[in-house]
Design a protein around this ligand. Structure first.
Ligand code: ADP
Length: 235
């Protein structure tokens, strides 16, 4: 028998999400996103000169994406030095975001994306990508669509959407992080933690696809609120 979720959410229910755009005046675009207890700041600088120059690409802008957890993001203080996990997440997230930005319009440049996890409660890589995509749109970068992301999985014998840290720590927990280019519904990132059978995978993906739709709706709403005159976003 599946158990009730500890925070009384339905199995396919997201945690509450808030989005604030343009919060950092030093950046070309920024977003402060809260997702349950997660708090994330994403900024975008550029396109700007690539440094060092030999790393530039004559065909497109290079997305320099950084996922970092602040020292104060977890109850136990995190090292300020980025570890292997931060570097791996930065790499795959940068590739995912590059599929949304029209990087070919800015050859030989860099677009610097910083996502700082201020408070973590699981699902931070997908929340960071969601915030980074909003910051890129806030920066006015030409985009093919938005990156909308969510994690789904299993915890306490139930197939659930958007696991928090308590659920991620369940003995039977599995976690599938997924980012999609929207509205095209193309998968831009898919990472799995744990072992699952095909039946569970299908159920989890169904939850994720409907969760991504909801995240995308919230992103559109936030952008239309901030930029009412430019409010037409392709369906
Ligand atoms: P993701 O689900 O994208 O991997 P998490 O927030 O689960 O992101 O993980 C970020 C890191 O912080 C992991 O090392 C995780 O174990 C840790 N972490 C996240 N939330 C908490 C928390 N509330 N207490 C302790 N550690 C946490």
């Amino acid at each position: 028998m599946s158990e009730k979720r500890h925070d009384n959410r339905k199995d396919d229910e997201l945690r509450p999400i808030t989005i604030k755009l343009g919060v950092n005046k030093n950046a070309d675009g920024s977003c402060l996103l809260t997702w349950g207890k997660n708090v994330i700041l994403a900024t975008v600088h550029g396109p700007k000169q690539m440094f060092p120059k030999h790393l530039s690409d004559p065909e497109k802008a290079v997305i320099d994406y950084k996922y970092r957890m602040a020292c104060i993001s977890t109850p136990e203080r995190k090292s300020p030095v980025p570890g292997k996990r931060d570097k791996e997440i930065s790499l795959v997230s940068g590739n995912a975001l590059a599929s949304a930005i029209m990087v070919e319009q800015f050859p030989n440049t860099a677009i610097e994306v910083n996502t700082l996890i201020l408070t973590a409660d699981a699902g931070t890589r997908v929340a960071a990508l969601t915030a980074a995509s909003l910051a890129a749109a806030d920066a006015g970068l030409p985009m093919r669509g938005m990156i909308s992301a969510v994690a789904g999985g299993r915890a306490n014998k139930s197939i659930v959407l958007d696991l928090d840290k308590k659920e991620e720590d369940a003995p039977d927990a599995i976690d599938l992080a997924c980012a999609m280019l929207m509205p095209q519904k193309e998968i831009a990132l898919l990472q799995m933690d744990g072992i699952m059978d095909i039946k569970d995978y299908k159920l989890i993906m169904e939850n994720i696809v409907s969760g991504v739709d909801k995240v995308y709706d919230m992103q559109k709403k936030a952008l239309i609120e901030k930029y009412p005159l430019e409010g037409e976003i392709n369906e």
